[in-house]
Write a protein that binds this ligand. Sequence first.
Ligand code: CMC
Length: 432
Amino acid sequence: MADSTPDTARLIIGDQEIELPIIRGREGDAAVDIRGLRGKTGYITYDPGLGNTGSCTSEITYLNGEEGILRYSGYPIEELAKQSSFLEVAWLLFKRELPSRDELQAFEKEVIYHSMVHEDLKRFFSSLPKAGHPMAICAATVGAISTFYEAVRYEDPDDEHWAAAIRLLAKMPTIAAYSYKHSVGQPFMYPRNELSYAANTLYMMFGTPCEAYDPDPVVVRALDLLLILHADHEQNCSTSTVRTVGSSHANMFASVSAGISALWGPLHGGANEKVIEMLIAIRDGDRSASEFMELAKDKNSPVRLMGFGHRVYKNYDPRARILKKACHDVLSRTGTSNPLLEIALELEDIALADPYFVERKLYPNVDFYSGLIYQALGIPVEMFTVFFALGRMPGWIAQWLEFHRDQDAKINRPRQVYLGHETRSYVALDER
Ligand code: CMC
Protein backbone atom coordinates (compact mmCIF):
# COMPACT_ATOMS: atom_id res chain seq x y z
CA MET A 1 0.00 0.00 0.00
CA ALA A 2 2.88 2.38 0.84
CA ASP A 3 3.86 3.51 -2.69
CA SER A 4 0.34 3.91 -3.99
CA THR A 5 -1.03 5.60 -0.86
CA PRO A 6 -2.27 9.08 -1.80
CA ASP A 7 -1.38 12.10 0.34
CA THR A 8 -4.98 13.09 0.95
CA ALA A 9 -8.47 11.59 1.05
CA ARG A 10 -11.56 13.37 -0.27
CA LEU A 11 -14.77 13.21 1.71
CA ILE A 12 -18.07 14.31 0.22
CA ILE A 13 -20.93 15.12 2.60
CA GLY A 14 -23.96 16.51 0.77
CA ASP A 15 -22.67 19.31 -1.44
CA GLN A 16 -19.52 19.83 0.65
CA GLU A 17 -16.24 18.21 -0.31
CA ILE A 18 -13.21 18.33 1.94
CA GLU A 19 -9.68 17.03 1.76
CA LEU A 20 -8.21 15.17 4.69
CA PRO A 21 -4.49 14.41 5.06
CA ILE A 22 -3.28 10.81 5.10
CA ILE A 23 -0.68 9.67 7.63
CA ARG A 24 1.59 6.83 6.48
CA GLY A 25 2.90 4.21 8.87
CA ARG A 26 6.29 2.52 8.56
CA GLU A 27 4.93 -0.80 7.32
CA GLY A 28 2.43 0.31 4.71
CA ASP A 29 -0.32 1.07 7.20
CA ALA A 30 -2.08 4.39 6.65
CA ALA A 31 -4.67 6.56 8.36
CA VAL A 32 -6.99 9.36 7.27
CA ASP A 33 -6.30 12.25 9.64
CA ILE A 34 -9.77 13.43 10.65
CA ARG A 35 -8.71 15.99 13.24
CA GLY A 36 -10.15 18.81 11.12
CA LEU A 37 -13.38 16.98 10.26
CA ARG A 38 -15.77 18.38 12.87
CA GLY A 39 -14.41 21.90 12.57
CA LYS A 40 -14.89 21.89 8.79
CA THR A 41 -18.14 19.94 8.47
CA GLY A 42 -19.83 19.66 11.88
CA TYR A 43 -19.71 15.86 11.53
CA ILE A 44 -17.87 13.37 13.74
CA THR A 45 -17.07 9.72 12.98
CA TYR A 46 -18.96 6.80 14.57
CA ASP A 47 -16.84 3.77 15.46
CA PRO A 48 -18.02 1.77 18.50
CA GLY A 49 -15.20 -0.43 19.75
CA LEU A 50 -12.79 1.91 17.90
CA GLY A 51 -11.85 -0.87 15.46
CA ASN A 52 -11.20 1.69 12.70
CA THR A 53 -9.76 4.43 14.85
CA GLY A 54 -6.07 5.17 15.26
CA SER A 55 -5.81 6.90 18.63
CA CYS A 56 -2.07 7.62 18.37
CA THR A 57 1.08 7.06 16.41
CA SER A 58 3.54 4.72 18.08
CA GLU A 59 7.07 3.39 17.63
CA ILE A 60 6.77 0.53 20.09
CA THR A 61 5.01 -2.48 18.59
CA TYR A 62 4.04 -3.49 15.07
CA LEU A 63 1.14 -5.87 14.64
CA ASN A 64 -0.19 -7.17 11.34
CA GLY A 65 -3.34 -9.13 12.06
CA GLU A 66 -3.89 -10.36 8.51
CA GLU A 67 -0.46 -11.96 8.30
CA GLY A 68 -0.07 -12.86 11.98
CA ILE A 69 3.01 -10.67 12.55
CA LEU A 70 4.09 -9.22 15.90
CA ARG A 71 7.31 -7.23 16.37
CA TYR A 72 8.62 -5.20 19.28
CA SER A 73 10.53 -2.21 17.90
CA GLY A 74 11.22 -4.16 14.71
CA TYR A 75 12.31 -7.43 16.32
CA PRO A 76 10.07 -10.43 15.48
CA ILE A 77 8.40 -11.95 18.52
CA GLU A 78 9.67 -15.40 17.48
CA GLU A 79 13.32 -14.24 17.74
CA LEU A 80 12.78 -12.46 21.04
CA ALA A 81 10.96 -15.50 22.44
CA LYS A 82 13.90 -17.72 21.54
CA GLN A 83 16.84 -15.50 22.45
CA SER A 84 15.88 -12.61 24.70
CA SER A 85 14.90 -12.20 28.34
CA PHE A 86 11.95 -10.35 29.84
CA LEU A 87 13.97 -7.46 31.27
CA GLU A 88 15.87 -7.06 28.01
CA VAL A 89 12.50 -6.85 26.25
CA ALA A 90 11.32 -4.29 28.82
CA TRP A 91 14.37 -2.13 28.02
CA LEU A 92 13.70 -2.56 24.30
CA LEU A 93 10.11 -1.34 24.75
CA PHE A 94 11.24 1.63 26.86
CA LYS A 95 14.20 2.66 24.68
CA ARG A 96 13.36 1.09 21.25
CA GLU A 97 16.90 -0.39 21.10
CA LEU A 98 18.41 -3.55 22.55
CA PRO A 99 20.66 -2.76 25.52
CA SER A 100 24.41 -3.27 25.56
CA ARG A 101 25.67 -5.86 28.07
CA ASP A 102 26.53 -3.09 30.56
CA GLU A 103 23.20 -1.35 30.11
CA LEU A 104 21.33 -4.60 30.64
CA GLN A 105 23.28 -5.49 33.77
CA ALA A 106 22.75 -2.03 35.25
CA PHE A 107 19.03 -2.14 34.38
CA GLU A 108 18.56 -5.61 35.90
CA LYS A 109 20.33 -4.43 39.05
CA GLU A 110 18.21 -1.29 39.28
CA VAL A 111 14.97 -3.25 38.86
CA ILE A 112 15.84 -5.96 41.35
CA TYR A 113 17.01 -3.33 43.87
CA HIS A 114 13.53 -1.80 43.92
CA SER A 115 11.59 -5.06 44.17
CA MET A 116 10.93 -4.82 47.91
CA VAL A 117 7.74 -2.97 48.90
CA HIS A 118 7.27 -0.66 51.88
CA GLU A 119 6.62 -2.62 55.10
CA ASP A 120 3.45 -0.61 55.76
CA LEU A 121 1.96 -1.87 52.51
CA LYS A 122 1.62 -5.35 54.01
CA ARG A 123 -1.23 -4.08 56.19
CA PHE A 124 -3.02 -2.99 53.04
CA PHE A 125 -3.20 -6.63 51.88
CA SER A 126 -4.41 -7.89 55.23
CA SER A 127 -7.32 -5.44 55.17
CA LEU A 128 -8.75 -7.12 52.05
CA PRO A 129 -10.79 -10.38 52.07
CA LYS A 130 -8.68 -13.51 51.52
CA ALA A 131 -11.14 -14.71 48.88
CA GLY A 132 -10.92 -11.41 46.99
CA HIS A 133 -9.84 -11.84 43.38
CA PRO A 134 -6.08 -11.14 43.08
CA MET A 135 -6.68 -8.86 40.07
CA ALA A 136 -8.76 -6.56 42.28
CA ILE A 137 -6.07 -6.71 44.95
CA CYS A 138 -3.28 -5.95 42.45
CA ALA A 139 -5.19 -3.06 40.84
CA ALA A 140 -5.86 -1.55 44.28
CA THR A 141 -2.27 -2.04 45.46
CA VAL A 142 -0.68 -0.59 42.35
CA GLY A 143 -2.88 2.50 42.69
CA ALA A 144 -2.08 2.70 46.39
CA ILE A 145 1.71 2.57 46.08
CA SER A 146 1.71 5.99 44.42
CA THR A 147 0.95 7.38 47.91
CA PHE A 148 4.45 6.35 49.02
CA TYR A 149 6.06 8.57 46.37
CA GLU A 150 3.84 11.65 46.43
CA ALA A 151 6.30 13.59 48.55
CA VAL A 152 9.33 12.68 46.43
CA ARG A 153 10.13 15.65 44.18
CA TYR A 154 12.10 15.55 40.90
CA GLU A 155 13.23 18.59 38.95
CA ASP A 156 13.18 16.77 35.62
CA PRO A 157 9.86 15.05 34.76
CA ASP A 158 11.82 12.42 32.78
CA ASP A 159 13.60 11.38 36.00
CA GLU A 160 10.29 11.15 37.81
CA HIS A 161 8.80 9.03 35.01
CA TRP A 162 11.82 6.72 34.94
CA ALA A 163 11.69 6.26 38.73
CA ALA A 164 7.99 5.37 38.51
CA ALA A 165 8.68 2.97 35.63
CA ILE A 166 11.39 1.13 37.56
CA ARG A 167 9.28 0.94 40.71
CA LEU A 168 6.25 -0.44 38.90
CA LEU A 169 8.25 -3.02 37.00
CA ALA A 170 10.22 -3.99 40.10
CA LYS A 171 7.37 -4.17 42.59
CA MET A 172 4.74 -5.89 40.45
CA PRO A 173 6.12 -9.45 41.08
CA THR A 174 6.17 -8.71 44.82
CA ILE A 175 2.61 -7.36 44.74
CA ALA A 176 1.45 -10.31 42.62
CA ALA A 177 3.07 -12.83 44.96
CA TYR A 178 1.72 -11.08 48.06
CA SER A 179 -1.81 -11.13 46.63
CA TYR A 180 -1.43 -14.92 46.41
CA LYS A 181 0.25 -15.35 49.80
CA HIS A 182 -2.54 -13.34 51.37
CA SER A 183 -5.18 -15.62 49.81
CA VAL A 184 -3.55 -18.79 51.20
CA GLY A 185 -2.56 -17.30 54.54
CA GLN A 186 1.19 -17.79 54.13
CA PRO A 187 3.88 -15.31 55.20
CA PHE A 188 5.01 -12.78 52.62
CA MET A 189 8.49 -13.58 51.31
CA TYR A 190 11.03 -10.80 50.78
CA PRO A 191 12.56 -10.74 47.29
CA ARG A 192 16.02 -12.27 46.89
CA ASN A 193 18.22 -9.88 44.93
CA GLU A 194 20.50 -12.61 43.56
CA LEU A 195 17.62 -14.21 41.64
CA SER A 196 16.46 -13.26 38.14
CA TYR A 197 13.15 -11.45 37.68
CA ALA A 198 11.20 -14.63 36.82
CA ALA A 199 12.96 -16.76 39.45
CA ASN A 200 12.29 -14.13 42.12
CA THR A 201 8.63 -14.06 41.16
CA LEU A 202 8.36 -17.83 41.60
CA TYR A 203 10.34 -17.71 44.84
CA MET A 204 8.04 -15.07 46.36
CA MET A 205 4.98 -17.08 45.20
CA PHE A 206 6.03 -20.55 46.30
CA GLY A 207 8.81 -20.13 48.86
CA THR A 208 8.09 -20.26 52.59
CA PRO A 209 10.36 -19.41 55.54
CA CYS A 210 10.24 -23.09 56.60
CA GLU A 211 12.34 -24.66 53.87
CA ALA A 212 14.66 -23.83 51.00
CA TYR A 213 12.99 -23.18 47.66
CA ASP A 214 15.08 -22.98 44.52
CA PRO A 215 13.01 -22.33 41.41
CA ASP A 216 13.44 -25.01 38.72
CA PRO A 217 15.35 -23.48 35.74
CA VAL A 218 12.86 -25.07 33.28
CA VAL A 219 10.00 -23.38 35.07
CA VAL A 220 11.93 -20.08 35.27
CA ARG A 221 12.61 -20.09 31.53
CA ALA A 222 8.98 -20.97 30.73
CA LEU A 223 7.75 -18.07 32.87
CA ASP A 224 10.25 -15.69 31.26
CA LEU A 225 8.94 -16.77 27.84
CA LEU A 226 5.34 -16.12 28.90
CA LEU A 227 6.29 -12.66 30.17
CA ILE A 228 8.11 -11.81 26.90
CA LEU A 229 5.09 -12.85 24.82
CA HIS A 230 2.73 -10.68 26.88
CA ALA A 231 5.03 -7.64 27.14
CA ASP A 232 3.18 -5.40 24.67
CA HIS A 233 0.40 -5.62 22.13
CA GLU A 234 -0.07 -2.03 20.93
CA GLN A 235 -3.44 -0.32 21.48
CA ASN A 236 -5.43 -3.13 23.15
CA CYS A 237 -8.15 -2.41 25.72
CA SER A 238 -5.93 -2.19 28.80
CA THR A 239 -3.17 -0.22 27.06
CA SER A 240 -5.71 2.22 25.66
CA THR A 241 -7.03 2.52 29.21
CA VAL A 242 -3.55 3.31 30.53
CA ARG A 243 -3.12 5.96 27.82
CA THR A 244 -6.59 7.39 28.43
CA VAL A 245 -6.13 7.70 32.19
CA GLY A 246 -2.62 9.07 31.62
CA SER A 247 -4.03 11.59 29.13
CA SER A 248 -5.60 13.48 32.05
CA HIS A 249 -2.05 13.70 33.48
CA ALA A 250 -2.91 11.21 36.22
CA ASN A 251 0.29 9.59 37.48
CA MET A 252 1.73 6.35 36.09
CA PHE A 253 0.62 4.24 39.08
CA ALA A 254 -3.00 5.38 38.77
CA SER A 255 -2.94 4.84 35.01
CA VAL A 256 -1.49 1.33 35.27
CA SER A 257 -3.90 0.43 38.06
CA ALA A 258 -6.75 1.24 35.65
CA GLY A 259 -5.03 -0.88 33.00
CA ILE A 260 -4.97 -3.86 35.37
CA SER A 261 -8.72 -3.46 35.91
CA ALA A 262 -9.32 -3.35 32.15
CA LEU A 263 -7.20 -6.45 31.65
CA TRP A 264 -9.26 -8.40 34.18
CA GLY A 265 -12.31 -8.67 31.90
CA PRO A 266 -12.97 -12.08 30.30
CA LEU A 267 -12.93 -10.63 26.77
CA HIS A 268 -9.37 -9.42 27.41
CA GLY A 269 -6.75 -10.93 29.77
CA GLY A 270 -9.35 -12.64 31.95
CA ALA A 271 -9.88 -15.07 29.05
CA ASN A 272 -6.89 -17.18 30.17
CA GLU A 273 -8.76 -18.10 33.37
CA LYS A 274 -11.99 -18.73 31.45
CA VAL A 275 -10.23 -21.06 28.98
CA ILE A 276 -9.21 -23.41 31.78
CA GLU A 277 -12.70 -23.28 33.31
CA MET A 278 -14.08 -24.21 29.88
CA LEU A 279 -11.62 -27.10 29.44
CA ILE A 280 -12.37 -28.38 32.96
CA ALA A 281 -16.12 -28.27 32.28
CA ILE A 282 -15.57 -30.39 29.16
CA ARG A 283 -13.21 -32.78 31.00
CA ASP A 284 -15.71 -33.24 33.84
CA GLY A 285 -18.41 -34.18 31.36
CA ASP A 286 -20.64 -31.13 31.80
CA ARG A 287 -20.60 -30.96 27.97
CA SER A 288 -18.69 -32.73 25.18
CA ALA A 289 -16.29 -30.70 23.03
CA SER A 290 -18.69 -30.79 20.05
CA GLU A 291 -21.70 -29.81 22.18
CA PHE A 292 -19.66 -26.90 23.50
CA MET A 293 -18.74 -25.84 19.98
CA GLU A 294 -22.40 -25.86 18.92
CA LEU A 295 -23.23 -23.57 21.84
CA ALA A 296 -20.34 -21.24 20.97
CA LYS A 297 -21.83 -20.83 17.48
CA ASP A 298 -25.40 -20.36 18.70
CA LYS A 299 -26.26 -16.64 18.66
CA ASN A 300 -28.93 -17.22 21.32
CA SER A 301 -26.34 -18.52 23.76
CA PRO A 302 -23.84 -16.31 25.61
CA VAL A 303 -21.18 -19.03 25.31
CA ARG A 304 -18.05 -18.18 23.33
CA LEU A 305 -15.07 -20.35 22.59
CA MET A 306 -12.73 -18.68 25.06
CA GLY A 307 -9.17 -18.13 23.83
CA PHE A 308 -10.43 -17.88 20.24
CA GLY A 309 -10.86 -14.81 18.06
CA HIS A 310 -9.18 -11.44 18.15
CA ARG A 311 -10.03 -7.89 17.13
CA VAL A 312 -6.85 -7.56 15.08
CA TYR A 313 -5.60 -11.08 14.27
CA LYS A 314 -7.50 -12.61 11.39
CA ASN A 315 -4.87 -15.31 11.26
CA TYR A 316 -3.16 -17.54 13.84
CA ASP A 317 -1.93 -15.36 16.72
CA PRO A 318 1.88 -15.76 16.56
CA ARG A 319 2.01 -15.83 20.38
CA ALA A 320 -0.43 -18.76 20.44
CA ARG A 321 1.74 -20.63 17.93
CA ILE A 322 4.80 -20.22 20.19
CA LEU A 323 2.81 -21.13 23.30
CA LYS A 324 1.29 -24.25 21.75
CA LYS A 325 4.78 -25.60 21.13
CA ALA A 326 6.01 -24.40 24.54
CA CYS A 327 3.11 -26.21 26.16
CA HIS A 328 4.28 -29.56 24.77
CA ASP A 329 7.90 -28.74 25.72
CA VAL A 330 7.09 -27.70 29.28
CA LEU A 331 4.90 -30.73 29.91
CA SER A 332 7.56 -33.11 28.60
CA ARG A 333 10.42 -31.35 30.45
CA THR A 334 8.53 -31.22 33.74
CA GLY A 335 7.53 -34.85 33.19
CA THR A 336 3.85 -34.03 33.64
CA SER A 337 0.82 -34.63 31.47
CA ASN A 338 -2.37 -32.66 31.29
CA PRO A 339 -5.58 -34.11 29.84
CA LEU A 340 -6.78 -30.52 29.34
CA LEU A 341 -4.17 -30.12 26.60
CA GLU A 342 -5.78 -32.99 24.67
CA ILE A 343 -9.17 -31.27 24.99
CA ALA A 344 -7.68 -27.95 23.85
CA LEU A 345 -6.11 -29.62 20.81
CA GLU A 346 -9.44 -31.30 19.99
CA LEU A 347 -11.32 -27.98 20.28
CA GLU A 348 -8.76 -26.29 18.04
CA ASP A 349 -9.07 -29.05 15.40
CA ILE A 350 -12.86 -28.83 15.42
CA ALA A 351 -12.83 -25.02 15.23
CA LEU A 352 -10.26 -24.76 12.44
CA ALA A 353 -12.35 -27.13 10.29
CA ASP A 354 -15.70 -25.53 11.08
CA PRO A 355 -17.09 -23.02 8.50
CA TYR A 356 -18.37 -20.77 11.35
CA PHE A 357 -14.84 -20.18 12.66
CA VAL A 358 -13.18 -20.30 9.23
CA GLU A 359 -15.51 -17.69 7.70
CA ARG A 360 -15.08 -15.35 10.69
CA LYS A 361 -11.31 -15.94 10.74
CA LEU A 362 -11.35 -17.02 14.39
CA TYR A 363 -8.07 -18.62 15.48
CA PRO A 364 -6.52 -19.42 18.87
CA ASN A 365 -5.26 -16.31 20.62
CA VAL A 366 -2.56 -15.91 23.29
CA ASP A 367 -4.93 -16.99 26.05
CA PHE A 368 -5.81 -20.38 24.53
CA TYR A 369 -2.58 -22.15 25.53
CA SER A 370 -1.05 -19.84 28.16
CA GLY A 371 -3.25 -21.18 30.98
CA LEU A 372 -2.11 -24.74 30.31
CA ILE A 373 1.50 -23.65 30.79
CA TYR A 374 0.67 -21.65 33.92
CA GLN A 375 -1.00 -24.81 35.25
CA ALA A 376 2.10 -26.89 34.46
CA LEU A 377 4.18 -24.31 36.38
CA GLY A 378 1.89 -24.76 39.39
CA ILE A 379 0.31 -21.30 39.16
CA PRO A 380 -3.27 -21.28 40.49
CA VAL A 381 -6.02 -20.46 38.00
CA GLU A 382 -7.10 -17.22 39.71
CA MET A 383 -3.53 -15.93 39.34
CA PHE A 384 -3.36 -16.45 35.55
CA THR A 385 -4.51 -12.93 34.67
CA VAL A 386 -2.18 -11.47 37.30
CA PHE A 387 0.69 -13.11 35.42
CA PHE A 388 -0.62 -11.57 32.21
CA ALA A 389 -0.52 -8.19 34.00
CA LEU A 390 3.03 -8.88 35.16
CA GLY A 391 4.04 -9.51 31.56
CA ARG A 392 2.14 -6.50 30.19
CA MET A 393 3.71 -4.07 32.66
CA PRO A 394 6.59 -2.92 30.38
CA GLY A 395 4.14 -2.33 27.53
CA TRP A 396 1.81 -0.23 29.68
CA ILE A 397 4.75 1.79 30.97
CA ALA A 398 6.32 2.26 27.53
CA GLN A 399 2.99 3.39 26.06
CA TRP A 400 2.38 5.78 28.98
CA LEU A 401 5.85 7.28 28.50
CA GLU A 402 5.37 7.56 24.75
CA PHE A 403 2.05 9.35 25.23
CA HIS A 404 3.69 11.87 27.55
CA ARG A 405 6.36 12.69 24.96
CA ASP A 406 3.94 12.90 22.04
CA GLN A 407 3.52 16.46 20.72
CA ASP A 408 0.09 15.55 19.32
CA ALA A 409 -1.15 14.06 22.61
CA LYS A 410 -4.29 15.57 24.15
CA ILE A 411 -6.67 14.50 26.86
CA ASN A 412 -8.74 11.61 25.46
CA ARG A 413 -12.27 12.82 25.17
CA PRO A 414 -14.38 11.09 22.51
CA ARG A 415 -17.64 12.52 21.21
CA GLN A 416 -21.04 10.83 20.98
CA VAL A 417 -24.18 10.84 18.87
CA TYR A 418 -26.99 11.78 21.26
CA LEU A 419 -30.20 9.70 20.91
CA GLY A 420 -32.02 10.66 24.14
CA HIS A 421 -35.04 12.91 24.71
CA GLU A 422 -35.32 16.31 23.11
CA THR A 423 -35.44 19.29 25.47
CA ARG A 424 -38.42 19.26 27.87
CA SER A 425 -39.52 21.11 30.99
CA TYR A 426 -39.02 19.78 34.48
CA VAL A 427 -42.22 18.35 36.02
CA ALA A 428 -42.68 18.82 39.76
CA LEU A 429 -42.82 15.60 41.82
CA ASP A 430 -46.53 16.03 42.74
CA GLU A 431 -47.50 16.45 39.11
CA ARG A 432 -45.89 13.27 37.72
N1 CMC B 1 -16.53 -17.82 19.94
C1 CMC B 1 -17.60 -17.78 19.13
N2 CMC B 1 -17.84 -16.77 18.26
C2 CMC B 1 -16.97 -15.76 18.24
C3 CMC B 1 -15.84 -15.72 19.07
C4 CMC B 1 -15.63 -16.80 19.94
N3 CMC B 1 -14.56 -16.84 20.74
N4 CMC B 1 -15.14 -14.59 18.84
C5 CMC B 1 -15.82 -13.92 17.90
N5 CMC B 1 -16.93 -14.63 17.54
C6 CMC B 1 -17.90 -14.26 16.48
C7 CMC B 1 -18.84 -13.17 16.96
O1 CMC B 1 -20.00 -13.71 17.53
C8 CMC B 1 -19.12 -12.44 15.66
O2 CMC B 1 -20.04 -13.22 14.92
P1 CMC B 1 -21.12 -12.49 13.95
O3 CMC B 1 -20.29 -11.78 12.91
O4 CMC B 1 -21.95 -13.60 13.42
O5 CMC B 1 -21.88 -11.54 14.83
C9 CMC B 1 -17.78 -12.50 14.91
O6 CMC B 1 -17.14 -13.69 15.40
C10 CMC B 1 -16.88 -11.30 15.16
O7 CMC B 1 -16.71 -11.17 16.56
P2 CMC B 1 -16.74 -9.80 17.35
O8 CMC B 1 -17.19 -10.06 18.74
O9 CMC B 1 -17.49 -8.78 16.55
O10 CMC B 1 -15.20 -9.44 17.31
P3 CMC B 1 -14.45 -8.44 18.24
O11 CMC B 1 -13.26 -8.02 17.49
O12 CMC B 1 -15.37 -7.37 18.73
O13 CMC B 1 -14.05 -9.33 19.52
C11 CMC B 1 -12.90 -10.79 20.96
C12 CMC B 1 -12.81 -9.89 19.71
C13 CMC B 1 -11.50 -11.22 21.35
C14 CMC B 1 -13.49 -9.99 22.11
C15 CMC B 1 -13.76 -12.01 20.64
O14 CMC B 1 -13.19 -12.76 19.60
C16 CMC B 1 -14.00 -12.89 21.86
O15 CMC B 1 -14.92 -12.63 22.65
N6 CMC B 1 -13.17 -13.97 22.07
C17 CMC B 1 -13.27 -14.79 23.25
C18 CMC B 1 -12.59 -14.10 24.43
C19 CMC B 1 -11.08 -14.15 24.30
O16 CMC B 1 -10.50 -15.17 23.99
N7 CMC B 1 -10.44 -13.00 24.57
C20 CMC B 1 -8.97 -12.88 24.55
C21 CMC B 1 -8.53 -11.98 23.43
S1 CMC B 1 -6.78 -12.08 23.04
C22 CMC B 1 -5.89 -11.56 24.42
C23 CMC B 1 -6.30 -10.28 25.00
O17 CMC B 1 -6.58 -9.31 24.33
O18 CMC B 1 -6.34 -10.22 26.21
